[in-house]
Design a protein around this ligand. Structure first.
Ligand code: SAH
Ligand code: SF4
Ligand code: F3S
Length: 496
């Protein structure tokens, strides 16, 4: 991971459990204007089903890994209903968007895509348009007023309702926004057979003052340990060797289990249980919160053979004053102390982060503290974000918003430090032989292969391996973002 200026996308997310009490069993028809088109729409849909043996879907995914995971489950669910995947929106009978709302840029990107879907609907009124995910959850019913061509909308806690909608004879557009279940309980369609997501929890109980996620994904609810272990065992039996545990605040895992009548468990115990599963060679997780990065989890990195030597530890700001206004619940010193403890137990560990520049009230001095912390830590990579005011968040109402030019100028200075330090850090791999899980051809040079080492660096290399194989690669050069090398054919011969 290098320093992409991740412009809106983000990773780590959670899902919003909302009280079930609010849920009616019937899907609520919305849209004041629903009466204008529903009959045509409903009958068109039925007609299409009659003539199309295998309806085709297309899903466009925005946002974090949580959304990528949810999209895989959406696809798995649709395929269990007899749908097949279309290579493009234009060839699909069902056009779906899994949306993100983390920053304004994410909203705008999605709205641009929606324009294309609108034109498609005009050409072929029987096409069904669905909008799921965090943006849908954040605007709820309003979506049908603003975009009358949308047939179905659903929040991250109601992906399964899409199936109900598609199989019903409903004549009106419908929206589903109450939390009802984990997307992780739906069937998966994995992008790669050997890598799997494991959703360990939904939602977030933190109250970071800039963040929309608690309002789109709700309160933190964990899946029981036994369910997770059973799912990971199933994945291993299906050929998954690398599993990524997903949640908004993964290391807070387990706190709600006893209250809900399940056996107690901690995140470190979950890591141990997954490590013990035969066939799982690598465990990753995202994202932990620095507040909950306790010694048991740090020890697990030193002790568990499958737990990778990489931690993504979101910083947000290097200034304790800003951290307090962000409601991050740790100080600069506490953060640095966590980094020191990680390095004490696993000296070579790769550390990546998320940083926001231009948070309201961030002074030049605050920003310099972020720079100095980045110099000191020497991240292996970072996602850097320009602060974006989000609806109904505390920070959006703060008076001292930072001018855009100042944010951009600070971002440039931050990226310089992050990239320089990442490049320097990456040199430690040159001359070493690293285990790489092959993912496919290199994106820049198809004659080469691409994979990831345990430190989560992308490695482009020459070799004979196939996707899914673990190979030894001799690293010959390194930039801030990627490593380059050659597959060790000696090791391959030895392994035979
Ligand atoms: N739950 C994870 C990540 C949540 S969103 C965590 O707490 O680490 C991913 C990243 O998006 C955050 O870490 C933060 O850096 C960034 N982000 C969230 N809200 C933002 C906003 N309003 N403006 C800019 N960046 C934001
Ligand atoms: Fe948002 Fe903070 Fe929760 Fe992360 S921990 S999802 S930044 S509220
Ligand atoms: Fe993820 Fe975006 Fe939602 S970052 S949790 S998809 S708002």
């Amino acid at each position: 991971m290098g320093t992409p200026i991740r412009d809106g996308a983000a990773r780590g997310a959670r899902r919003r459990p909302e009280p079930r009490a609010a849920r009616g069993d019937e899907p609520r028809a919305r849209r004041a204007d629903a009466a204008a088109t529903p009959i045509a729409r409903g009958s068109a849909r039925r007609a299409r089903y009659a003539v199309t043996a295998m309806p085709r879907y297309h899903v466009t995914t925005f946002g974090c890994q949580m959304n990528e995971h949810d999209s895989e489950r959406m696809k798995g669910m649709l395929e269990s209903l007899g749908y097949t995947e279309a290579p493009s929106q234009d060839e699909a009978d069902l056009i779906l968007f899994n949306t993100c709302s983390i920053r304004e840029a994410a909203d705008s990107r999605f709205l641009a895509h929606l324009g294309h879907a609108k034109r498609r609907k005009r050409e072929r009124p029987d096409v069904v348009i669905g909008v799921g995910g965090c943006w849908a959850q954040s605007v709820k019913e309003e979506i049908f007023q603003r975009f009358p061509f949308v047939d179905v909308a659903f929040g991250p806690g109601q992906v399964h309702k899409l199936a109900e909608f598609l199989t019903s004879d409903s004549l009106t557009a419908q929206g589903f926004f109450e939390f009802e279940g984990f997307t992780g309980d739906l069937p998966a369609k994995r992008a790669r057979d050997f890598q799997g997501w494991l959703q360990i929890s939904v939602g977030c109980n933190m109250k970071c003052s800039y963040c929309i996620v608690p309002s789109t994904r709700g309160r933190d609810v964990g899946r029981p340990l036994a369910t997770l272990v059973a799912e990971a065992e199933r994945m291993a039996a299906e050929g998954v060797t690398e599993v990524t545990l997903l949640g908004q605040n993964v290391n807070a895992y387990g706190r709600d289990l006893a209250r809900r009548g399940y056996p107690r468990a901690t995140f470190a115990e979950l890591l141990r249980a997954i490590d013990a599963i035969d066939g799982i060679r690598r465990i990753r997780y995202t994202s932990p919160h620095p507040q909950d990065m306790k010694e048991d989890v740090i020890r697990a990195h030193a002790e568990l053979p499958s737990l990778c030597e990489h931690v993504h530890l979101p910083l947000q700001s290097g200034s304790s004053r800003v951290l307090k206004r962000m409601r991050r619940t740790y100080t600069r010193e506490r953060y640095l102390d966590r980094v020191a403890l990680l390095r004490e137990h696993v000296p070579d560990i790769a550390i990546t982060t998320d940083i926001i520049v231009g948070f309201p009230g961030e002074t030049e001095e605050d920003f310099e503290q972020t720079l100095s912390l980045c110099e000191e830590v020497g991240y292996d990579g970072a996602f850097t974000f320009i602060y974006s005011p989000r609806r109904e968040t505390e920070a959006a109402a703060m008076p001292d918003q930072i001018p855009h030019e100042v944010k951009v100028e600070r971002m440039e200075r931050l990226v310089e430090v992050i990239q320089r330090r990442a490049r320097e850090r990456a040199q430690r791999f040159v001359g070493r032989t690293l285990e790489v899980l092959v993912e496919g051809p290199s994106r820049t040079d198809p004659s080469k292969l691409r994979g990831r080492c345990r430190h989560n660096k992308v490695v482009n290399f020459t070799g004979l391996a196939r996707p899914g194989e673990y190979v030894q690669v001799e690293i010959t050069s390194a930039t801030s973002q990627t490593l380059a090398g050659e597959e060790s054919l000696l090791a391959r011969a030895g392994a035979r």
